[in-house]
Write a protein that binds this ligand. Structure first.
Ligand SMILES: Nc1ncnc2c1ncn2[C@@H]1O[C@H](COP(=O)(O)OP(=O)(O)OP(=O)(O)O)[C@@H](O)[C@H]1O
Ligand SMILES: [Mg+2]
Length: 464
């Protein structure tokens, strides 16, 4: 019989090595190796959903399509992210920073579903009385909810068998340990083994599973990368702890779109879905101050208007500072380079700080136009009119390129009271000529980056 075997696994890419390595030869991550000890040499199947069933291959054509039963959670913003509700028999991973509100959201979910469905809430982090206190604070009292304060997987599976729930919640996967593995809770092996066995079990029974996962200091999901492949959906819970709003983002969803976000407001009574996130994000916008511009981004099917801010200040240091919060750093550098080259404005002797208000993260290239306006506005100290919103992707030649779903964005901007909407000129013309769409009132075209400067110059003139 073979004795225990030690391997070192990269937590980023699951590369394995017999020795500890400082840098992963596969993905290049530093300090990502964790020791794993196997007590037996049995290898668990890579995908617990398929499993080692020993079934014969079947003719694809004759397969029945399983009907995915969706169970709406009644929490509108969560349903939006899940693609219409919780799919019966699916495994979901909810990851987020400590204290962001994961347990709160799940307790509210129990409150909504815990009367019709049997729910087993396994908490490895909190005692029963702590859970009860939270439920009381949130005003939820589900009649069919069972709580289990336990960390040993074998005991959890035993209880699962006797309770036979429709939904099982594990809070959190990093606290679970399996007796068959000697390494500590939260190690790569434990997380993988516990998740594997839980998912294999619920897939066989058609039970829904929600796993809470911690995030590491870089913001990624802690534990083995394979965890994200094992589950059907990965939801990321984001937000600034200093602010009250929270965003749930679908990073992966086998039963719905991955672009949707759900916005919540954290209150003493729990997380309240925000139906109109744009209005919330624009609240308290400064008036007549340079360096701020409204931006419209698409998050899935929904346009959201946020505020992008820039601060450009002269510096005497030879290497000026550049920081970007909520915007990709490289995108900001590219935009700065285009402004320098095409407009001749010099940022090399200035510090540049950029921020998206409300902790939003922008990766929609349509935001380029607003970023440009905010940067030039701060540099020249000319405020962008509050009722102006700009959208357009910038090309390296300084031209504005078409943006998808432009009419949806325009409607949202109008709904929120924006009367000057700047969009790429080419797109507007094409829409008018080819598609016969009349340019809506208040919408103007921008050919290139010069037009962004022109908008600001006009504002300055009208003020004088
Ligand atoms: N009495 C209260 N009134 C208002 N907000 C509260 C109250 N108690 C807790 N909160 C909010 O709930 C948050 C904690 O939520 P929760 O315990 O659900 O987070 P979590 O993501 O599960 O954290 P952990 O990773 O520690 O389990 C706090 O950060 C705080 O914002
Ligand atoms: Mg918690």
């Amino acid at each position: 019989m073979k004795g225990p075997k030690t391997v070192y696994t990269c937590t980023e890419c699951d590369y394995q090595s017999p020795k500890w390595l400082g840098k992963c030869p596969s993905c290049g991550a530093w300090n990502s190796f964790e020791e794993e000890t196997y007590t037996d040499t049995k290898v668990s199947p890579a995908s617990p959903a398929a499993g080692a069933s020993g079934e014969k291959a079947v003719l694809f054509r004759v397969l029945d399509i399983p009907e995915y039963m969706r169970c709406p959670t009644g929490i509108s913003e969560l349903d939006r992210v899940l693609g219409g509700g919780l799919v019966v028999g699916s495994a979901i991973l909810l990851a987020g920073e400590p204290g962001i509100g994961k347990s709160t959201l799940l307790m509210q979910l129990c409150g909504r579903l815990g009367d019709e469905s049997k729910i087993m809430y396994v908490s490895g982090e909190e005692s029963r009385s702590q859970l009860k206190l939270r439920a009381n604070r949130l005003g939820v009292d589900p009649s069919q909810m069972y709580v289990h304060s336990e960390v040993l997987l074998e005991n959890i599976l035993k209880e699962y068998e006797s309770v036979a729930p429709d939904i099982i919640i594990i809070d959190s996967i990093q606290t679970l340990v399996s007796q068959s593995i000697t390494s500590g809770a939260g190690s790569v092996t434990q997380v993988r083994e516990c998740a594997n066995r839980l998912i294999a079990r619920i897939k066989a029974d058609g039970t829904s599973l929600i796993i809470v996962g911690h995030v590491n200091k870089e913001g990624g999901i802690a534990g083995p990368k394979v965890l994200e492949h094992m589950v059907d959906a990965v939801l990321s819970f984001e937000g600034e702890r200093s602010q009250t709003h929270r965003i749930v983002r679908a990073i992966k969803n086998r039963f719905g779109s991955t672009n949707e976000i759900g916005v919540f407001d954290m209150t003493g009574e729990g997380l309240i879905p925000v139906d109109n996130p744009s209005a919330m994000l624009l609240e308290g916008r400064p008036e007549g101050i340079s360096g701020s511009c409204a931006v419209c981004i698409m998050e899935g099917t929904r346009p959201i208007i946020a505020e992008v801010q820039a601060l450009v200040t002269p510096t005497s240091y030879p290497a000026p500072r550049r920081t970007a919060d909520g915007i990709d750093y490289n995108r900001m550098c590219l935009i700065l380079a285009v402004i320098e080259k095409r407009l001749g404005l010099r940022f090399s002797s200035c510090d540049v700080f950029m921020n998206v208000v409300g902790g939003m993260k922008i990766d929609d290239p349509a935001a380029d136009a607003a970023i440009i306006l905010a940067l030039i506005s701060s540099m020249k100290d000319i405020p962008v009119p509050n009722e102006l919103i700009a959208m357009g992707e910038i090309g390296l030649a300084g031209e504005f390129r078409a943006v998808p779903s432009v009419h949806q964005r325009i409607s949202e901007a109008k709904r929120l009271g924006f009367t000057q909407i700047a969009v790429p000129l080419g797109q507007m013309k094409r829409d008018a000529e080819k598609n016969g769409i009349k340019t809506p009132e208040g919408v103007s075209g921008m050919r290139g980056i010069y037009d962004a400067l022109r908008i600001l110059a006009q504002t300055q003139k009208s003020e004088e």
